[in-house]
Write a protein that binds this ligand. Structure first.
Ligand code: F6R
Length: 639
């Protein structure tokens, strides 16, 4: 393919800059902000920034704080206006955007508290119009916004301008979409506590900024980003209205960018290299769109869907069909640890050695069974030496009611058997008092956290026993980055990596399974993955021989599945195995029904897992391969 013409962005109506990680994207934007401040300072003017809240800009704020502390970047000449605030909401409330901004940025830089502004969520309703007009006037008096930073909602909202917000909308009181309330519920104890309204700057105020940078990280933003960048400029997708601005850039990580045609269907941009993976992607995509089995696709189908280029390369549809079909067929195996005594050159795993030492990393105490329970059981049943390492304690996901039940049990157990242990009674009384007097959103005491962690540990151990593992095959790592007692975690630290290096060295596994939630930039799963990657990099650097023989397989966490064209190992499950996996998930009783910080999917974990595994099997069947009841899916990561 002639690489002379870069046509990859031919369908994009907003310039995008794509980085491999949010941190790199944030560095780029922080540099732009720093340069702007310097330039404005040299002109003797103040810099006016428009700021956003939410999880997205946190990496940017971290980088600005770093630049302030290490490079002397000063904000003494900066005025900021935030886009929005919940309504009603006191600025002192820990869920408010006022609090968020102080905690994430303002408290750590030298901005004058008189120079930062947010809409006031305490304004009486009858005064909101007046307040909104004053807010806009303040922006105008400051000279207008020089640079507006935006995030994007999964539904395409900017600020709290939900779908349907007109391009001329101004600062006002708005009702939040239910999907936004659900998406933001992670910061509240439960959905009913998420405010129903907000005060937000309007689309016209955003478009009035001299420059706009929208940030988006993670695959769950990919759909909104794609529609905004490549779709029509319509108020159903508020961020698409940014196409009307002449100085706007979307700064994305590779996952938020993954819905763009240059990645999703690069053949349509006029520039595409036909590697086997790309052929599989194109053919699978075509077959699924046409609801046809792969082997039934015709030359005309290829031509109608912009794939004549592939036809030309392969000569005929049949050749391209077979190419994709074989790749799909060879990814299916009931022998996830390799089939012993068999010559299977295209099998995803090697037949030797057998048995293998397998190490499953589970970010939380139930991810192993939820995401790869069927494979976990098969590996054990096929004679492999399977170890599970639970990376974090998962203690914040246990409700107070659940821990109260255990405290009650423990207290009465001692009474029932006349066990007279004052130390343990004291501890339990203290813990019970704490729970009884615990305030809204208050952090748990160390004791309560330990008890909650213990509850989850017992559940994990019980699941391992159910699968057939013995105690020496179960490892609780309690990685320190997780132990903050709040949903915000510390970044990965050397201690996390060292613990992981130690375990991998001890076991010298032939296979490592790991939650590959590459797309989840803020969550625990991503940090857990980063820790394993850093540990592997260190072991590789040290030159340990055993690593040459280690395959790393990634499974997805509870939230998503790999696209079918990406799957490199699909492990089928019978209806009986599906049921057995379900009972394994049930053992995690603290996670049944509603859990704190449930996020935007109200289904229980076993339901999500079953739907997802059945869906994968269904897709394979639709593509013309054998129909199984369910399938678990993995991608091999070559490190
Ligand atoms: C918040 C705001 C919102 C967020 C959007 C994405 O000030 O303006 O539009 O940017 O809801 O939120 P996160 O970043 O949490 O995904």
């Amino acid at each position: 393919m002639d690489k002379k013409f870069d046509l990859t962005d031919s369908l994009e109506k907003i310039p995008v800059k794509i980085f491999s990680t949010p941190e790199e994207g944030a560095k780029h934007v922080a540099r732009i902000i720093a340069d702007l401040i310097k330039q404005k300072n040299s002109e003797g003017k103040k810099t006016v920034l428009g700021l956003a809240t939410g999880s997205t800009p946190v990496v940017l704020y971290n980088e600005l704080i770093r630049m302030h502390k290490e490079e002397g970047l000063s904000f003494s000449n900066v005025i900021t206006f935030n886009l929005d605030e919940y309504y009603p909401m006191s600025p002192e409330d820990s869920a408010s955007y006022h609090y968020f901004m102080r905690k994430q940025l303002f408290d750590h830089i030298d901005i004058d508290p008189k120079n930062y502004w947010l809409p006031d969520g305490n304004t009486p309703k009858e005064k909101i119009k007046e307040h909104a007009a004053q807010y806009e006037k303040k922006i105008e008096d400051a000279g207008g916004i020089d640079l507006q930073i935006l995030g994007i909602g999964q539904n395409g909202h900017i600020g709290f301008n939900e779908p349907g917000s007109p391009v001329y909308s101004k600062t006002r009181l708005v009702t939040l979409d239910n999907s936004t309330r659900v998406a933001n519920s992670g910061h509240f104890k439960n959905i009913s506590e998420v405010p129903r309204m907000a005060i937000t700057m309007g689309i016209s105020n955003i478009l009035a900024a001299k420059q706009i940078i929208l940030l988006a990280w993670g695959e769950n933003k990919a759909g909104g980003v794609q529609k905004s960048v490549e779709g029509k400029s319509v108020d159903e997708v508020p961020a698409s209205l940014l196409q009307q601005h002449d100085n706007v850039t979307f700064v994305l990580d590779q996952f938020a960018a993954s819905g763009l045609t240059r990645f999703k269907a690069p053949w349509l941009t006029g520039e595409c290299e036909w590697t086997p993976k790309m052929i599989k992607k194109a053919v699978v995509d075509l077959a699924l769109q046409l609801k046809k089995p792969v082997l039934s696709l015709t030359n005309q189908d290829y031509i109608d869907f912009g794939l004549s280029d592939l036809l030309e390369v392969k000569g005929d549809a049949y050749e391209a069909n077979l190419d994709a079909f074989y790749q799909l067929r060879d990814s299916i195996t009931g022998w996830p640890g390799g089939k012993p005594n068999a010559v299977t050159p295209n099998h995803p795993e090697r037949s030797t050695p057998h048995p293998k030492t397998v190490l499953i990393f589970s970010p939380h105490p139930d991810d192993d069974i939820i995401s790869m329970g069927g494979t976990f059981m098969r590996l054990h049943d096929q004679g492999h030496n399977v170890h599970v390492a639970y990376q974090t304690s998962g203690n914040i996901a246990v409700t107070d009611e659940f821990v109260t039940r255990f405290l009650d049990f423990a207290t009465n157990f001692e009474k029932m058997f006349g066990i007279d242990n004052t130390k343990s009674q004291d501890l339990m009384d203290k813990a019970t008092d704490f729970i009884n007097q615990k305030k809204h959103l208050e952090k748990d005491s160390e004791d309560i956290r330990s008890i909650k962690g213990l509850i989850r540990r017992c559940e994990a151990r019980a699941t391992c026993k159910y699968v057939g593992l013995t105690n020496d095959q179960i490892h609780f790592m309690n990685l320190p980055f997780y132990e903050t007692g709040t949903i915000e975690k510390k970044p990965m630290g050397q201690e996390d990596v060292d613990l992981t290096v130690k375990l991998i060295r001890e076991l010298k596994p032939h296979q490592i399974f790991c939650a590959g939630d590459l797309a989840d930039p803020h969550g625990t799963h991503k940090v857990c993955l980063d820790v394993v990657m850093a540990a592997l990099a260190q072991i590789k650097k040290d030159g340990d021989e055993f690593l040459k023989d280690t395959y790393l397989w990634l499974y997805k966490g509870a939230w998503q599945e790999w696209n079918v064209d990406e799957i490199e190992m699909a492990v089928p499950m019978s209806p009986g195995q599906v049921r057995k996996k379900r009972y394994g998930i049930f053992i995690h009783q603290s996670q049944k029904d509603a859990v704190p910080f449930q996020g935007d999917d109200q289904r229980e974990f076993w339901q999500r897992a079953e739907v997802r595994n059945a869906n994968t099997a269904d897709l394979y069947a639709q593509l013309g391969l054998t129909r199984y009841a369910a399938m678990e899916a993995f991608v091999r990561w070559k490190f």
